[in-house]
Design a protein around this ligand. Structure first.
Ligand SMILES: [Zn+2]
Length: 301
């Protein structure tokens, strides 16, 4: 090969490496045995029968059909220990997830998926944890950060059938303005429609349960003037956000003041509301046309 047009990736160039991978114009010199251990696809590719005919110097060379960025990320997870340590959910993780699915590399896949799951959880408990401490996992400082990550994850999840990430991704997307959702043309139109349809269904669901107490006129103890009504009114204002979307899972800050509620309302808050939230979470994937959680979890395992 003509070596002049190529660049070595200095972070992934080991002098005693025994295989060179070429992706676009970038070369990576790493170790066959490690690649074989991580991925049966690499194991096949590098097996004796599939000995590459090309060399870089004396080292066998394999041309990859991925982008240099994809291979760099994939190899970084494998060969650079600290690479994932400081990582938070970001669009690169979606790339890593997709490439590791292609090469059937379970350990790389697991590590990328674990970090993405912090941001797009499958349980209500984890979703609540994310809301109370959003900084623990996210790089999303701005709306455009949010969309970059969410779109990357939705596309990678669709491609790799990692559908367990989709309900939370769609839910978080649904909390944005309709115009903002429609404007994301990097996302398939079909998925934008799924988000908008789910947004309406979730709002309707939220008005029935878990938030029936503030949206149903029939509810009440007759003491609305003495505190109960005022407190529920405050809650309704807090959850009826300007985006015209009612999130069934939202919490209000400061929390509902139990001291201002009558016993009937208190019972609703303590029993009916949490149970309705759980039930709503169970139905979340269906709101976006996906299989139930149990199947999504099973599929991605
Ligand atoms: Zn009351």
């Amino acid at each position: 090969m003509n070596n002049e047009d190529f660049q070595r990736c200095s972070d992934l160039w080991f002098d005693d490496g025994n295989i060179v991978l070429q992706a676009e114009q970038t070369l990576f010199q790493v170790y066959k045995g490690v690649l074989r251990r991580e991925s049966p696809v690499f194991a096949d590719m590098l097996s004796l029968s599939g000995q590459p005919e090309e060399h870089y110097g004396k080292v066998p060379l394999v041309r990859m059909h991925d982008t240099a960025e994809e291979i760099k990320l994939f190899l970084s997870v494998i060969f650079i220990h600290q690479f994932m340590d400081s990582r938070r959910a970001n669009p690169e993780l979606a790339t890593i997830m997709a490439v590791s699915a292609k090469y059937q590399a379970p350990e790389v896949h697991r590590r990328a998926q674990a970090l993405l799951t912090l941001e797009f959880p499958s349980t209500l408990k984890d979703y609540d944890a994310l809301r109370t401490s959003p900084a623990r996992s996210s790089v999303c400082q701005t709306e455009s950060d949010f969309w970059a990550l969410t779109i990357a994850v939705i596309k990678a999840a669709r491609r790799t059938k990692e559908n367990v990430l989709l309900p939370a991704a769609f839910l978080r997307a649904a909390s944005h303005e309709v115009t903002s959702i429609l404007a994301q043309d990097a996302l398939d139109l079909e998925d934008r429609i799924v988000i908008l349809a789910g947004r309406d269904k979730l709002s309707q669901m939220a008005r029935k349960e878990p938030w029936a107490v503030v949206f149903s006129h029939g509810f009440g103890c007759g003491e609305w003037g003495n505190g109960c009504r005022g407190e529920w009114g405050r809650v309704r204002d807090a959850i009826e956000v300007s985006t015209n979307f009612i999130d069934p899972f939202c919490t209000v800050s400061p929390p509902v003041d139990r001291g201002k509620l009558c016993s009937q309302s208190r019972a609703y808050l303590l029993n009916t509301h949490p149970k309705a939230r759980e039930d709503a979470w169970e139905r979340l994937p269906i709101m976006f046309g996906l299989s139930p959680w149990a199947e999504l979890v099973k599929e991605s395992a």
